[in-house]
Each structure stands twice: as C-alpha cells, then as structure tokens.
Design a binder for this molecule. Structure first.
Ligand code: C2E
Ligand code: SIN
Ligand code: SIN
Ligand code: FE
Ligand code: FE
Length: 387
C-alpha cells in the first residue's frame, strides 16, 4: 500500500490517498475467512500502511477477560495473552479510546512484561480499540515503533479507519470459524452414531480414516482445501450402516450371500441420507458414502462405476477404508499388521484401487503405518468387550 509523506500532499490528495488505502485494505482482507490467516494479513498490511515495525491485533476473549494475539511477529509460540485491563492495549480496550504514546517506557501504564518475553524494545505505540457492529469492544489494534519516530494524528486517523474494516472482517471470520466448527462437530457426532454399534473402537476408527485419507490426499499433492475436505468428510463414509439390522452388522462370522447383499446397501442408504446437502462438506460426504465401495476396474458396488467415473474423494476413501478394515480387528476377522495390509493395497492397484491413489498412499506409507501402530500399542492391553 502506498502512503506518501504528508508534506507532499494537499488535503484532497491526502483524503484520496486514504480512501484508496481503505479500498485496497477492504478488498484484501474480506477475501480471507480463516481467522489466523486474516490476522496475519491485517498485521502485514497495517505495518506497510503506517510505516512501522510491528502490528499486533489483540482479540478480546470475553470468557477469560483477556486480550490474546497470535500475530506478534517474532514470538516463538506466537500467542500472547494478558489481562484486558493491563497495559496500554488494556487501556484502549477499557476506555474504548485511541492511545498514542511517544515513549512507552516513560508511561507507567505500559506493560513491560511482553517486551521482556519477546526480547523486543517498544518505543512509540499507537493503540486503537476494535469495535464490532454493535459498538462493543472486540479487541485492540496496536502498532509499534514508527520508523520515523512517533505516530502523529494522521496515523491515528488512518488506523481508526482501518480498524473499523478490520473489525468487521474479523467478526466475519470468527462467525465463519464458529459455524465451521459446529458443522465439524455435528458431522463427527453423526459419524459416531453410525459406527457405534459396529465397532469397539469407534472413535479410533474414525480418527484413522480421517488421518489416512488426509495423508493420502497430501501424498497425491492435492490442495490444502481438498486435504481438509476429505479429512472432515471421510468419517461419514459408513453412515448408511445405521440402517443395517444388528443380525447382519454384528454377525461374528462370514456373511451369507443374502446377508452380504443387504450389507452392501449401506452405500445406498448413506447416499440417500446425505443427498442434496447444502453444505460442501456434506456433499463430499455424500459422494464418499455412496461410492467408497466402487472399484477402479468397475467390479465394485453399488453402481459398478469405473476409473474417473468414481469421484476422486471416494477413490481415496476406498484405499483408506480397506487399509483400516484390514488393520483393525473385526467381529469377523483378526487384525493384520500394516505391512501385510499395505501389500494388499499395492496388489490391488489398477484393480480395486486407482493407481494414482495407491502411489499417494505409498508416499506417505510410513506416516500411515505409524498412526496404525500407535493404536495397536494402545490395544495391547486386554480389550473390554462391549458385546
Ligand atoms: P468394513 O469391515 O469396514 O470393511 C470395509 C472393506 O474392507 C470391505 O468392504 C472389504 O473391501 C475390505 N475388507 C475388510 N475385511 C477384509 C478381509 O478380511 N479381506 C479382504 N481382502 N478385504 C477386507 P466390503 O467387503 O464391501 O464390506 C463392507 C462391510 O460389510 C464391512 O465393512 C463390514 O461391516 C461388512 N462385512 C463384510 N464382510 C463381512 C463378514 O463376513 N461378516 C460381517 N459380520 N460383516 C461383514
Ligand atoms: C501494552 O499494551 O502495554 C503492552 C503490550 C505490548 O507491548 O504488546
Ligand atoms: C469381500 O471382500 O468380497 C468379502 C468381505 C470380506 O472379506 O469379509
Ligand atoms: Fe463401507
Ligand atoms: Fe469403514
């Protein structure tokens, strides 16, 4: 962002320049809905706009009455917390007013603790409260060490304007994050319901398929979004099993032809349950639930889809599901070790499984085997039978 020294500017130019700055800032920050990334982005933009060394966005945690920040550049664990009444930032939050300080160490209210922790030296500081749409304080915007000495009234004006945009972008991101977390929680609980009757270590199995699908997706070089999509949707793959009678689902022996035919309908039930979902994640979960038993060579069920006709997420799920089914103990089979299970996956490349997915699996096999072994170690203790 461009900011000319103010003696080069007339009032109009100055105004136009600020308007530009705001437009640019708004355009950049509204695109980011992930809170962590947003805070980083805001800090970087503001540092440039105000020509200073550091920008920290403190968010008010109403539960603990603390101000926390994740973007104090140079901090090791990159999170700081302090009482929302402490220091200059605390004063800005408490009074709801802008505070401009030329030399922090000459101000008795300055909280030197944070400099001590970070090894940083604060000189000049400008702190502006962040207010939500209802006018409630939701944090503090703090800039430190103006390169040219101290912050002036122009800087105050610019930071106040920027802070109103930042506040609404942060509020959006917080809402978005809350919704997303609520959605994940619901999905996970729904998935637990489905597997609850089926397996002893339900939570373990769900964590495994999440971890395996995400690892394979990463091994295949898919994007971060795709990795997260399959990580979060995969636990629902067998949701359709809720509709399978106990006599079949829990049978401690090989299924008859007839029983297996009914069992296979869990893909149909799952697809029906998740059909027409509004949310992206549930739409992906639907593809997975419906198609995770399709085979690459067209010999799977329910539809006998082949190759690229099978959604990519379902092709990944198929590998993760079979690998975990093999490594886990089932009522109808003992557990296999990861090497033996890995051999089966490899031998089915191009048959049951997409070779590209098997190649991804191969790349991350050590990590997958480690996840599998970690559960096995916990399993070594005698198992409590729930049925
Ligand atoms: P699941 O136990 O989660 O198994 C998922 C898939 O892993 C199976 O899909 C199959 O492709 C693979 N798999 C599991 N165990 C073995 C194994 O010992 N050898 C080989 N080669 N592959 C294995 P599939 O066959 O479509 O089965 C779907 C679901 O049907 C299974 O989910 C399980 O809940 C149930 N099921 C399948 N066969 C039996 C059985 O003989 N007895 C009982 N009680 N349930 C069965
Ligand atoms: C303060 O606001 O008084 C200290 C906070 C900081 O240095 O970041
Ligand atoms: C199959 O994979 O066709 C039968 C399932 C099993 O091995 O139990
Ligand atoms: Fe299944
Ligand atoms: Fe499964």
């Amino acid at each position: 962002m461009l900011k000319l020294p103010k003696h080069f500017m007339t009032e109009t130019e100055n105004l136009r320049n600020r308007l530009n700055l705001l437009l640019q800032f708004g355009g950049v920050v509204y695109k980011e809905t992930r809170l962590d990334k947003l805070l980083e982005l805001i800090a970087a933009q503001v540092k440039k706009a105000l020509d200073c060394d550091r920008c920290t966005v403190f968010i008010l945690d109403k539960k603990t009455d603390e101000l926390w920040s994740k973007v104090a550049q140079g901090l090791q664990n990159n999170e700081i917390r302090m009482s929302s009444h402490k220091g200059i930032a605390g004063e800005a939050a408490t009074l709801g007013k802008t505070i401009n300080i030329a030399d922090a160490y000459k101000d008795p209210k300055f909280n030197q603790e944070i400099d001590r922790i970070t090894g940083y030296h604060t000189s000049s500081m400008l702190a502006v409260p962040l207010k939500d749409v209802a006018g409630q304080i939701m944090g503090v915007f703090q800039v430190i060490n103006k390169n040219s000495g101290r912050f002036d009234s122009d800087d105050e004006g610019v930071l106040e304007l920027i802070s109103s945009i930042a506040a609404s972008a942060i509020e959006n991101a917080q809402l978005y994050e809350k919704l997303y977390k609520a959605q994940l929680e619901t999905i996970y609980r729904l998935a637990l319901t489905a597997e609850y009757r089926d397996q002893e270590d339900t939570a373990v199995h769900l964590k495994h398929v999440s971890a395996y699908t995400a690892l394979i997706a990463r091994g295949m070089g898919l994007s971060e979004t795709e990795v997260e999509n399959i990580r979060n949707a995969s636990p629902l793959h067998d949701i359709g099993k809720v509709a399978i009678p106990d006599a079949i689902l829990l049978k401690p022996a090989k299924l008859t032809e007839e029983e297996y035919t009914e069992m296979k309908r869990h893909t149909f039930y799952g697809g029906k349950m998740l059909n027409d979902a509004e949310s992206d994640l549930l739409a992906i979960a639907c593809q997975i639930a419906e198609c995770h038993h399709e085979k690459f060579d067209g010999t799977g069920y329910p539809a006998g889809l082949k190759g690229g006709q099978i959604p990519l997420y379902a092709r990944i799920m198929a590998v993760a599901d079979v690998f975990d089914a093999l490594c886990m103990q089932r009522v109808y089979k003992p557990s296999w070790n990861p090497e033996k299970a890995g051999d089966l996956i490899r031998s089915e490349s191009g048959k049951a499984f997409d070779p590209a997915v098997v190649a991804g699996f191969e790349k991350v096999f050590n990590e997958i085997a480690a996840v599998s072994r970690a559960a096995e170690a916990k399993d070594a203790a005698p198992r409590k039978k729930i049925r």
